[in-house]
Design a protein around this ligand. Structure first.
Ligand code: PMV
Length: 332
């Protein structure tokens, strides 16, 4: 059976950085994200006896080796094992945004592979099982992408990871005024993957325990901020959480500096705008792009200011994205 899924990417307000189990992809800390309505991956999967090996086409290029191909075939193996089949698959996947540049392409990509792949293999998994399957790809944030709205990936306590999955904590239409502006300054692929980066941080960063010690308070603030629609509380917590994560990245050995000079230029601008009363907060993942969260009333002004910074190539204004869906518009 051929199946196609569309999954939105997501941005963490409280970040995941570091694993308690590298094989099962279990995080050291729970984390919370919001889905982007405009950034998505569409993936078609077909298991067919005509294929003698797995075929993977990403953004119109056939990928035949390297870490992404390896992760993809390993993920297909997990699906095959669950479904009790050995059939090879063809996977065609497209992102409507730059791949591996810090816009969480692996989150939406592996979530879409888990959703479309499991359906195509004849499995009928519920949301909890899909979230667990998605994180087994290696991209932990994939566990949050299927969920839509505001999602919390609970770290869980069990060694087998059965209690570590994402749940929706607010629906996509819960906060219609919430906006995320993505400022793209570089479309280059990042040098160190999140997987390699976070493993190095856990092993070598002297500040890592400090990061973990402050997470519970950040989670509480963001949950409260969502429940009470307290934008200032969410924004200030998300920005500080991002800075704390980057402090652990920068103090990893060798150092992981995902920021570019342009990243810092935007950081300073957002801080200046806030002093002038324009309420936006920045957040940055393992890449140079900056995302600014704000409310509808300020989105136009913040976006105009961003677009007047010469290093900003493009902005994408997003609302809160929806849950993953299946479609009959297959890519092949
Ligand atoms: O899920 P991964 O392995 O792509 O790692 C995601 C790491 C961050 O994007 C930096 C934080 C997060 O929670 O999304």
């Amino acid at each position: 059976m051929k199946t196609t899924a569309i999954v939105n990417s997501n941005i963490a307000l409280v970040k995941y950085w570091g694993k308690r189990d590298e094989k099962l992809i279990l995080p050291n800390n729970s984390n919370i994200s919001v889905a982007y309505d405009k950034l998505n991956t569409i993936t078609t999967v077909e298991f067919n006896l005509d294929y003698s090996k797995d075929i993977f086409i990403l953004d119109s290029n056939e990928i035949t080796d390297g870490p992404v191909f390896k992760k993809t075939t390993e993920h297909l193996n997990i699906i095959r094992q669950k479904a009790g089949i050995e059939t090879r698959a063809k996977v065609v996947s497209k992102n409507n945004f730059p791949t591996a540049a810090g816009l969480a392409s692996s989150a939406s990509g592996f979530s879409a592979l888990a959703f479309a792949g499991s359906k195509a293999a004849g499995l009928n998994l519920d949301q909890r099982e899909l979230s667990i399957l998605a994180r087994l790809s290696g991209s932990g944030s994939a566990s949050r992408s299927l969920i839509g709205g505001f999602a919390e990936w609970m770290k869980g306590e069990k060694a087998d990871g059965s209690d570590s999955y994402a749940i929706q904590i607010a629906k996509p239409d819960y906060w219609p005024e919430f906006r995320i502006i993505v400022a793209i300054i570089s479309e280059a692929r990042k040098k160190t993957s999140s997987t390699d980066g976070m493993n190095l941080t856990v092993k070598t960063c002297p500040l890592y325990q400090g990061w973990l010690n402050t997470i519970e308070q950040d989670l509480e603030n963001v949950r409260k901020g969502i429940a009470e629609k307290n934008f200032t509380l969410i924004g200030s917590t998300a920005e500080f959480n991002c800075l704390k994560m980057h402090a652990t990245m920068i103090t990893t050995q060798p150092s992981l500096i995902y920021w570019m000079p342009e990243t810092l230029e935007i950081i300073h601008s957002v801080l200046d705008w806030r002093k002038q009363g324009l309420e936006g907060y920045f957040t940055i993942d393992a890449g140079p792009q900056v995302k600014i969260i704000c409310l509808e009333k300020d989105v136009e002004e913040i976006n105009n200011k961003l677009c007047s910074i010469p290093s900003v190539k493009k902005t994408i204004i997003c609302k809160v994205g929806k849950e993953a869906i299946l479609t009959d518009n297959h890519l092949f």
